[in-house]
Design a binder for this molecule. Structure first.
Ligand SMILES: N[C@@H](CC(=O)c1ccccc1NC=O)C(=O)O
Length: 320
């Protein structure tokens, strides 16, 4: 089903809305605030939230590695940082579905070694989970990170050509990297991955406002870099079509995420639903996660009965 909806006051005709984007009227302090997810956490202080994020990430990753079969530090490229972990379900088969996860951390922090949040509930249902490392800044540039993510997906496709589907999932900066794959020209690479879905959690899709925050320092030297690496900008100017028309996109944001994070997700959600893309285009849906902050979304993915875990499983097993 393709339903196009229009929000009053929003220019959906081709990207002009960004010129009146609310962030352009914000002070640097306000922008810093909007783009610091830890300051919007409601049940913990900002520092405590970040400590808890690392702690939970550590614990769940240790548990995932101790629970089932895994292949750790598998190289997907020649670089030192180009490694991924594969967590296998009990029943390994040629035709397993794969969920490939890209961690967040504003492209400057985070690690595959603390990001195995969804591994146990998904492997328990027969899904292989791949957690990807990429060279965060300042070692890596955004272009390199996008390239590494591309390589990691091609690696999974080549290793498991009989896979029942590759689903990309990313959180925050990782959702940005996953969303960049909507722009990938796989014919250029000679391998077309069997991409069946995108789960984009609290992502950033227009990088221009980030240029004006304190987090920007090593990331975005010029507006050009921000635009080239902004899926919102790129898809508006050059829409893409999925290789598989059944490919799903789920855009989610936490209820307690900042207004700018809400705006980013809502605007991005509308791009693949634009009238020009509806026929045979991307099948997108949007979910605001009730009473969730930026980090709880991931913590709860450790639970099989969490609404998002269930949506992911139902999408993978084609029940919705
Ligand atoms: N300095 C940021 C940290 C941050 O944004 C972040 C941390 C862990 C995981 C994801 C994050 N955000 C997006 O990638 C903050 O204040 O919240």
């Amino acid at each position: 089903m393709c339903v196009w909806w229009y929000k009053a006051g929003m220019d959906v005709s081709g990207g002009n809305h960004r010129h009146e984007a609310p962030w352009k009227r914000m002070s640097k302090e306000e922008l810093d605030n909007q783009y610091s997810p830890s300051r919007w956490v409601v049940r913990l202080g900002a520092e405590e939230a970040m400590r808890t994020y690392s702690q939970i990430g550590n614990e769940v990753t240790k548990r995932a590695r101790a629970t089932g079969r895994s292949l750790l530090n598998v190289p997907y490229g020649d670089g030192d940082g180009e490694k991924l972990d594969i967590y296998l379900p009990e029943a390994v088969s040629e035709a397993m579905p794969f969920l490939v996860f890209f961690h967040g951390g504003y492209w400057q922090s985070g690690s595959k070694d603390t990001s195995a949040f969804m591994v146990n509930p998904l492997t328990a249902q027969g899904v292989a989970v791949v957690i990807v490392a990429y060279d965060i800044a300042p070692k890596g540039t955004l272009d390199q990170m996008v390239d590494q993510v591309t390589q990691s997906i091609m690696f999974v496709q080549k290793q498991y050509p009989g896979n029942q589907g590759i689903y990309l999932c990313g959180h925050s900066a990782g959702a940005h990297l996953a969303a960049m794959m909507l722009l990938a020209d796989w014919t250029k690479h000679g391998v077309t991955p069997n991409l069946k879905g995108f789960f984009l959690l609290s992502g950033v899709y227009d990088l221009e406002p980030i240029m004006h925050t304190s987090e920007n320092a090593p990331l975005l030297p010029a507006l050009e870099d921000a635009q080239r690496n902004s899926p919102l900008w790129q898809l508006e100017t050059a829409p893409t079509q999925p290789a598989d028309p059944a490919c799903r996109i789920l855009v989610t944001v936490g209820q307690h995420d900042s207004p700018e994070f809400h705006r980013q997700s809502r605007e991005f959600y509308q791009v693949p639903r634009a009238p020009t893309l509806c026929q045979g285009g991307w099948k997108a849906s949007f979910e605001e996660l009730h009473d969730m902050d930026h980090f709880e979304i991931l913590w709860n993915l450790t639970q099989e009965d969490y609404v998002l875990t269930q949506i992911i499983l139902k999408t993978i097993f084609q029940e919705s």
